[in-house]
Design a protein around this ligand. Structure first.
Ligand SMILES: Cc1ncc(COP(=O)(O)O)c(C=O)c1O
Length: 386
């Protein structure tokens, strides 16, 4: 996190900007790699959470694989130095161009989301005289008990092949000569904090895996996705998520054959706490019933609150007095949804005060945009301030 010494350097930098604590990221990765190697699990970092090159470099150096959801994520990951043989490619709408990119890059495998997609990949692989490794992304119909906009594993969601379609898939796949079926894939959603959800996922994985085994098919790769949540309310006391309990649930609950390798696709839990959005108060506006704090950061820099009512811990690091007020903390964008928090108690805040939005390392900078023709938000790295 921003140390006092670093803060004095940061006051010179134009706000808003992202600040990345790369030491915290390295510490988090050390926990992930130690535990995953104990369990002999493969972890793929979900690039969608944050595709900043400096972040990817640190993650590559920790020897994780990657989980990509577009052709460009695949190309960028390879450019950074991730091994193509450790890239998985998911996504409900892979284009022909992206499929060809993945085939030419010789990635580890596709997580296929529909029967039609299997046919398209087979056709394109045939044209290139290649065989594509595919895992079936099965919709497990497990409620992740997270925000509805980041729930992916229910039958009402667009993701994955429904379990009742499996017979049809297996029949079909026998005739698709340019596909090699290597595994099963699942992902129930993001910001999952109720770990019992993963136990339920394991039960579904075991059921589906068993039906394959009964047909004589031991698929070597079982990918259980990602989604482990982080503490947005009290980040400073929970900087590193409880990976031990998380991996422990899979270790206890999955019933697999010896030759079956477990894969994870973690995004938020790896990078979420390593990022802060640093902004300044532009104006304070006192209405009849509300007191607004207008920041120079808005939904163009951090879209999560507008996109799915996400709440980030907010701190005024400039004011040292005892006075406080209840504020609506909002951005400068011409949209009413451009608000970070309503009715939060903060120290008395004035124009020019530094305000930090915590836990913005995941789905923060990666969703930035230039709506209202705003300047593109920049990033600062702890390594550069030492
Ligand atoms: C298929 C898939 N895998 C992995 C992830 C990463 O999720 P998270 O960042 O919550 O770990 C996502 C994001 O929702 C996803 O859609």
């Amino acid at each position: 996190m921003i140390r006092q010494r670093q803060l004095t350097q940061l006051t010179e930098i134009e706000t808003p900007f992202y600040f990345y604590d790369l030491d915290l990221l390295r510490e988090t990765l050390a926990v992930v790699t130690t535990l995953s190697s104990t369990h002999k699990y493969s972890v793929h970092y979900a690039v969608k959470a944050n595709c900043n090159s400096r972040i990817l470099e640190v993650i590559k150096n920790a020897n994780l694989g990657v989980d990509c959801v577009s052709g460009n994520e695949i190309l960028k990951s390879i450019e950074i130095g991730f091994k193509p043989s450790e890239i998985v490619f998911a996504g409900v709408g892979k284009t022909d161009k992206e499929i060809v990119t993945a085939l030419n890059a010789k990635i580890f495998g596709f997580n296929c989301e529909s029967i039609q997609e299997l046919e398209v990949i087979d056709g394109l692989a045939g044209q290139l005289d290649k065989v594509a490794n595919v895992s079936l992304r099965i919709n497990p119909n497990v409620d992740a008990k997270t925000h509805k906009n980041i729930t992916t594993g229910l039958e009402e969601n667009k993701f994955g092949i429904n379990s009742w379609e499996l017979n049809q898939v297996l029949e079909k796949i026998q005739n698709l000569k340019h596909l090699s079926l290597i595994g099963l894939h699942f992902h129930i959603g993001s910001q999952v904090t109720d770990l019992s959800r993963y136990k339920e996922l394991c039960t579904k994985v075991n059921d589906i895996n068993r039906t394959f085994i009964e047909r004589g098919l031991i698929l070597p790769h079982i990918n259980v996705g990602g989604g482990l949540g982080i503490d947005y309310q009290d980040p400073m006391n929970n900087l590193i998520p409880d990976f031990e309990s998380y991996f422990g649930i899979f270790s206890k609950s999955l019933e697999l054959q010896k030759q079956q390798q477990v894969h994870f696709e973690l995004g938020r839990s790896i990078v979420g706490q390593a990022g802060l959005l640093v902004s300044k108060v532009l104006y304070e506006k006192v209405g009849r019933t509300r007191r607004f704090l207008i920041l120079d950061a808005g939904m163009t820099e951090l879209m999560r609150p507008a996109l799915y009512q996400a709440i980030h811990h907010i701190e005024n690091i400039s004011y040292k007095g005892a006075e406080s007020f209840v504020y609506d903390v909002v951005g400068p964008i011409c949209e009413t949804t451009d608000a970070f928090a309503r009715g939060v108690t903060l120290p008395k805040s004035s124009r020019g005060d530094f305000v930090i939005l915590y836990s913005t390392g995941a789905y923060g900078e990666v969703l930035k945009n230039r709506y209202n023709l705003r300047d593109e938000v920049q990033a600062i790295y702890s390594d550069d301030l030492k």
